[in-house]
Design a protein around this ligand. Sequence first.
Ligand code: FAD
Length: 397
Amino acid sequence: MVELKDDAVQAAFRETVRSFIDTNSPKNKTDGEADPEESGWSKEARAKTKDWRSALVENGWIAPAWPKEYGGAGLSINEQFILNEELAENGLSNEGGFGVMMLGPTLMIHGSEEQKAEHLPKILKGDVIWCQGWSEPGSGSDLASLQTRAVRDGDEYVLNGQKIWTTGAQHANWMYMLARTDADAPKHRGISMLMFPMESNGVSVRPLVNMADFKGFNEVFFEDVRVPVENRLGEENRGWYVGMTLTDYERSGIGNSVGTQRRLEGLLKAARTTDSNQTVMNNSTTWRLSYADRWVEADIARLFSYNNNTIQVRNMVPNHEASMSKLFTTELSQKIAATTIKLFGLYGTLWDYDRPEALKGRAAGGYLSAVSATIAGGTSEIQRNIIATRGLGLPRG
Ligand SMILES: Cc1cc2nc3c(=O)[nH]c(=O)nc-3n(C[C@H](O)[C@H](O)[C@H](O)COP(=O)(O)OP(=O)(O)OC[C@H]3O[C@@H](n4cnc5c(N)ncnc54)[C@H](O)[C@@H]3O)c2cc1C
């Protein structure tokens, strides 16, 4: 496995992170009885995660990349990387959600002083959960074609339309979203970014369950929802550019690539303990070779993360490099899911968390869950387009 050596300062910081995790880590998330309404999380696991979040907030690590003046940890790029690497090694995340990762940094750049004062402290404390209203039934990859309308009426906008695939809308208190405020302008120039409470009159949420039985998505409908003009983030009709500055320096990708390696180690363990796990393919040359391929690819994924980090340390923002990493890592997660299911032969298709075979049904569950990885956050085709045009200078079609 690829490993880079820390210098003395980085090693000391890594030790600090490790001891923090030792003290505060919530134990196994799957402890307790699974609750189908909570996407399989048990009530105990939810409670432990709440404590973990509080510990992160207290230590300032809930928003490692935010500047100190706004209550963040102000960590350097390398420190953020080490923090994310250690969290991922322990199967943890920093629980920031859309508020910390996306909205907070945008508010710091485009928000009024009143908006920053109102929202940033609540995001940090986790008092308000945010969801992101970007995609619509006809507008995903081509997001700027969105049709939800916000028509100005005095000091308010009147919002009508629909969003889809809105992760966490059923738990969220507020939404930030993009709506069309000028239907006659070129598509990128007639959009504004608005924020409003989910309990506003005229907002309704309808759950969408995906094929892996994940109850995280929703459709959100707006019927004459009144949003005060002061809740617009940035200038009217400049929302596209505001939305696109949801810069995310925390997303080095290291969490994903470490998680990938941990999953592969688990699979190796299962392949070695034939009897207790009903593995049927661990003696097969085909399976062994495909496992070896996955192991090599996981190392490459880690190198992509190191590369993205190095670019950021040089004060640049990874662009087509981030696309390469996203494309490779998410397609790899699907290949790993397929390699996992094959290890168990027909047992691998048993999708039953109450049975002992095939990692307690997680081989099949993981296979179904892995499908969305290459769609979320820009599909594989979109990533390939970015690599080809911005990275390699090929002309746009
Ligand atoms: C796990 C997950 C979480 C999500 N969470 C959110 C959320 O919280 N909020 C939110 O607003 N959205 C969310 N989304 C939606 C996500 O942003 C969209 O699904 C994604 O942008 C793709 O859009 P689409 O589904 O409309 O597909 P489309 O854009 O319709 O694409 C359909 C197919 O056409 C291909 N295609 C499209 N354009 C091109 C092109 N120019 N060149 C080549 N191929 C092309 C695509 O690659 C895809 O295969 C989430 C999605 C997932 C899977």
